[in-house]
Design a protein around this ligand. Structure first.
Ligand SMILES: Nc1nc2c(ncn2[C@@H]2O[C@H](COP(=O)(O)OP(=O)(O)OP(=O)(O)O)[C@@H](O)[C@H]2O)c(=O)[nH]1
Ligand SMILES: [Zn+2]
Ligand SMILES: [Zn+2]
Ligand SMILES: [Zn+2]
Length: 269
């Protein structure tokens, strides 16, 4: 029911790859919306008569009310997830990035390098690819397929936790759907939010996607092995991220080569 991008959770599936039955759950068919603050329908730079301004305002007000209600409901469910995780002393981390920034690669490395028990909730629109990669890397994983949806929400994470059954004192990584926009708005019940940005995406992303960077506890700059080949100013990215979020930590790594991975692992512990 997202008025802007049409995402919905009507066909959400939660699957444990390799499990005896691919216990495919089916989502309750309620629609949901999420915020896109910008008014997409009017380009600021051109002028035209706002003859239908009242209808626009009405629609916008309605959309906003819907979004507020959806996010409030999500926040309630996220609080339940957070309490459930805290009772078990489980550290849950919400990993967000645009598609292909290297979230799964970083997790593969992390699983190999850490002593803590790790399990993973994978979010993608389709396929079990990432959950299979995690399983091959040696950790348990549950795949959430969001169908048309472009983010994970607290309900999906709650259902995934039921299947995952993470052990006490472990780390649960939640790899969100690749998207720098709406995942920022949805509290999943995680302890911390991590944004992964790769150097091939450009250093202008914090100011272009401010909600994501404002929400982050940590920014991981990935693919530093490619720095010689791209124009990416690490200093600019850091300065801009801190304009939005003065306390945010920034850790450059290469998930491919393992460069500076210790800084990430230290942040984790
Ligand atoms: N050069 C280089 N390539 C990397 C690095 N990390 C990941 N990659 C490559 O980037 C591509 C995407 O990596 P993934 O780990 O699948 O990225 P992702 O963020 O999980 O992608 P989605 O789940 O689709 O959003 C793959 O081809 C990786 O091998 C890195 O540090 N350096
Ligand atoms: Zn959207
Ligand atoms: Zn991935
Ligand atoms: Zn979305």
């Amino acid at each position: 029911m997202c008025s802007t991008c049409g995402c919905g959770e009507a066909d959400v599936r939660v699957t444990t790859p390799g499990a005896a039955s691919d216990a495919a759950g089916h989502g309750h068919g309620h629609g949901h919306g999420h915020g896109h603050d910008e008014n997409h329908s009017h380009d600021e730079s051109h002028s035209h008569d706002h003859v239908h301004l009242e209808q626009d305002d009405e629609l916008r007000t309605h959309t906003l009310e819907l979004e507020v209600a959806v996010l409030a409901k999500n926040d309630g469910l996220a609080a339940r997830n957070r309490a459930w995780l805290a009772e078990r002393r489980i550290t849950a981390l919400n990993l967000m990035s645009s598609p292909g920034a290297g979230k799964t690669t970083l997790l593969e490395r992390t699983i190999a390098a850490t002593d803590r028990a790790v399990s993973v909730i994978e979010g993608d629109q389709e396929t079990l690819f990432d959950a299979e990669r995690i399983r091959k890397a040696g950790a348990r994983a549950v795949q959430v397929n969001t169908g048309a949806g472009c983010h994970l929400d607290a309900t999906m994470v709650s259902r995934a936790l039921e299947q995952l059954r993470p052990e006490r004192d472990s780390i649960v990584f939640i790899e969100n759907v690749g998207n720098l926009v709406c995942p920022a708005l949805f509290d999943l019940g995680e302890l911390r939010k991590v944004v992964v940005i790769s150097v091939t995406e450009g250093d202008d992303k914090p100011l272009k996607y401010p909600h994501m960077f404002a929400a982050a506890d940590l920014v991981v700059i990935n693919k530093t092995d490619l720095l010689p080949y791209v124009d990416f100013d690490m200093e600019r990215l850091t300065v801009d991220a801190r304009k939005l979020n003065p306390l945010v930590q920034v850790v450059p790594v290469s998930a491919k080569t393992g460069e500076n991975l210790d800084a990430w692992l230290t942040w984790l512990t």
